[in-house]
Design a protein around this ligand. Structure first.
Ligand code: MET
Ligand SMILES: [Zn+2]
Length: 726
């Protein structure tokens, strides 16, 4: 191929796609509900892309990315582009959304977290008979759409190695590398024929620990694609961390440009980038803070000393940050001045590209050393179990739920009305209390053993706590895509965290006042609160987590004082913050577990502490979960066919592997629940088994929940009788 033109001076690796006002969410949901056509949905997507390109150009960004848009998920888009659509979906009315969301008769493809972010991707299935065949319509279509506006773009596509490593079979799927590379070669040829100057292949898997086979795959992939006769210039981008051992391998291939994350990754390996164009990711795509100009300039100077050409860029796609700080007039001006969302980050990239990078060396980062915090010890489990059994008097196989009950539209509307000032807070509180009563009565009627208040007061399990703790700010429109049409508004943790007063106590107390059965108070754990927030970057993460743990510890103590006998502290994000590199994992697990214990170890011996994690590969971190020392742990299991059960044999305390997949409207039958319970009883003694759904019920309807829990209770009762007889 001929030498590509010089890469322009500034770029971003990707951009949010949900729309500044979540336009895509609305368009998707209208289509799914049958309120609009596929054409209307596609038009909404086209409009969002057009607005994004025009805005990026207006901000002065020189190299614009395309194909960063997706109707649902970019990994799913890649599977479709490569023809990796499992046969069972081909006859669906809309195979793309059938894979993403399932249909009446078909389960969706699995979904899991994207690297160490809270974005979820669809896991492709790649088997020995996947019939790969390129369909380049989407990337080509976006290039043409932008060109019609007079804008040249660089199509962004997930790279072949990461695509295979993220698929169901993981590294074993590299046995199909050759066929996948043939598709990518054709893709590059089609892009070249279209006159595209540069293409970007994203390879975030290269920042994880790679073995010899995986490194060989990297070499094979980029030797072959780099050697292709007809292709645009190639930028291989490796966001979310340090390229480490993959850097020299990649640098030795003919790709012209490499995108490195200089926020997460260090500058140690840059000498290996000699002769390359380097897209230097100095503006973070993972946080909401302004870039320190001295630190960025220092990194750019260091790269310039080695690379053939330096481009200012972002550390990763801006997918993980909200659109625009200007949409947040309610934020404290002093805080707002410290913030940069996607628009502001683009402006930073542009400004850095226009500056000379000269200047003083930055002061050595003065992040204070993390201070040790005692985790605290509770009485031995056997002592606790006896005290709790006496206090609670539960039957064998106690039935409980994970916390939330269906959130009604009425409640959401009321919350919006309070925010708008049109509904007095007192009336809202009464609505919440009525909703708690509804949930409690339903649970009594259904025959549950440990009741919950149903969490009607919470918009979100993290934001609610952030709103009631000092040190956090919440945004009005700071939405970030979590998966498909789902977005969250991560709070901004900007100062020292403290708890001005009780947060959940009045709701738990109200619930307990309505019933003689034990009520379980419901808190979000310190790791999860921090994981799902944008965190201040001037303190070690563990110190921030310990500050939050202290606040939760106070809340635990107040719940106990209010007579709540069971307290659940959820940690669904425990695994999400697990460092991508194994070398850093043990340290993380040690302090995150210690923080959880700090939050819960003040509890009385007779107070039963529960925790909840909602993923099926909890077995990866089972030792850490054990270290949490919770009296009862509930985990997802039904959705993933009980695979956790194989790993929990040695687990010494209460365990509730979910028997009901709450992600779909489907109501599980009694026999199905009974079968799952029998499976669980093979792995666990009856005295330690709890019965519960996979996760909270807030996205379901009361009708679905009551039908499902009726079956769950009936199945449990049958088994209890059997156990009593044996
Ligand atoms: C993502 S885990 C959710 C736990 C929370 N207590 C709920 O039931 O919704
Ligand atoms: Zn959950």
């Amino acid at each position: 191929m001929s030498t590509p033109p010089a890469f322009p001076a500034s770029t971003v690796l990707g951009y949010p796609r949900i729309g500044p006002r979540r336009e895509l969410k609305r368009a998707l949901e209208a289509y799914w509900d049958g309120r609009s056509t596929r054409e209307e949905l596609d038009r909404a997507g086209a409009e969002l892309r057009e607005r994004t390109w025009l805005r990026l150009a207006e901000l002065g960004l020189e190299a614009l990315p395309s194909n960063t848009f997706s109707l649902y998920d970019h990994v799913l888009d890649t599977a479709v582009m490569l023809g990796a659509v499992p046969k069972r979906y081909l006859d669906a009315e809309d195979p793309y959304f059938a894979m993403a969301r399932g249909t009446d008769g078909l389960a969706p493809l699995r979904m899991t977290k994207w690297f160490d972010t809270n974005y979820h991707y669809i896991v492709p299935e790649v088997g020995p008979d996947t019939a790969f065949a390129l369909d380049a319509a989407k990337p080509l279509g976006e290039v043409r759409q932008a060109r019609a506006l007079g804008l040249e773009t660089r199509p962004v596509v997930l790279g072949p190695v990461t695509f295979l490593l993220l698929s169901e079979r993981g590294a074993a799927a590299l046995d199909r590398l050759g066929d996948v590379l043939a598709c990518y070669e054709r893709l590059l040829a089609e892009l070249a024929a279209e006159g595209v100057a540069w293409a970007q292949l994203d390879e975030p898997a290269l920042v994880t620990d790679l073995g010899p086979a995986e490194l060989a795959a990297v070499r094979e992939a980029y030797e072959r694609l780099g050697g292709a006769a007809e292709r645009p210039g190639l930028l291989v981008a490796a966001p979310y961390g340090d390229l480490g051992e993959a850097l020299p391998v990649l640098a030795a291939t003919p790709v012209e440009a490499i995108g490195v994350d200089l926020v997460r990754g260090g500058l140690d390996g840059v000498a290996a980038l000699a002769g390359k164009t380097v897209v230097a990711g100095v503006v973070s795509g993972r946080d909401v803070w302004r870039t320190e100009p001295e630190r960025a300039a220092h990194a750019l100077r260091t790269v310039r000393a080695h690379a053939a050409h330096v481009v200012v860029g972002t550390s990763c796609s801006l997918l993980h940050v909200p659109y625009d700080v200007a949409a947040e007039p309610d934020l404290d001006p002093a805080l707002r001045a410290r913030l940069a969302f996607a628009e502001q980050k683009v402006a930073e990239v542009v400004e850095l590209a226009r500056s000379s990078w000269d200047g003083p060396e930055p002061a050595a980062a003065s992040v204070p050393l993390a201070a040790p915090v005692p985790a605290g010890e509770r009485a031995p489990y056997a002592v606790r179990a006896a005290a709790q059994a006496e206090r609670l008097g539960l039957p064998p196989l106690p039935v409980t739920t994970i916390g939330s009950f269906p959130q009604t539209g009425e409640l959401r509307a009321a919350r919006a009305a309070v925010a708008a000032g049109t509904l007095p807070e007192r009336e809202y509180d009464r609505l919440v209390e009525a909703e708690i009563e509804r949930a409690v009565r339903a649970q009594e009627r259904l025959g549950l053993d440990v009741l919950v208040h149903g969490e009607p007061e919470r918009n979100d399990m993290v934001q609610y706590f952030a709103e009631h703790l000092d040190g956090f700010a919440v945004t009005r429109d700071g939405w970030v895509q979590s998966y498909g049409s789902r977005c969250t508004r991560p709070p901004i943790l900007h100062g020292d965290v403290s708890r001005p007063g009780p947060i959940t106590v009045r709701w738990a107390r109200h619930a307990q006042s309505l019933t003689d059965r034990p009520v379980k108070g419901m808190l979000t754990g310190p790791v999860t609160i921090v994981a799902w927030s944008f965190v201040r970057d001037d303190l070690p993460l563990r110190d921030v987590v310990f500050q939050v743990a202290e606040a939760i510890r106070e809340e635990v103590s107040d719940l106990e004082a209010a007579g709540v006998p069971v307290i659940q502290v959820d940690e669904p994000a425990l695994r999400e913050l697990l460092p991508l590199r194994r070398a850093a994992q043990a340290d993380y697990l040690e302090w995150s577990v210690a923080a959880y214990r700090r939050a819960t170890s003040g509890a009385d011996t007779a107070t039963q502490i529960h925790t909840h994690l909602c993923y099926s590969d909890a077995d990866q971190i089972l030792a850490a979960i054990d270290g949490l020392d919770a009296d009862v742990t509930t985990v997802e299991s039904a959705r993933s066919g009980g695979r956790i059960l194989g790993a929990v044999g040695g687990f010494g305390r209460g365990l509730g592997p979910g028997v009901y997949d709450i992600h779909s409207p489907r109501v599980p039958g009694g026999e199905e629940v009974e079968r799952l319970l029998r499976e669980a009883l093979k792995a666990l003694p009856a005295g330690r088994l709890w019965v519960n759904p996979d996760c909270g019920l807030k996205t379901r309807t009361y009708e679905q929940v009551e039908a499902a829990l009726t079956n769950v209770v009936a199945a449990t009762r049958r088994l209890r009788e059997e156990l009593a007889l044996s």
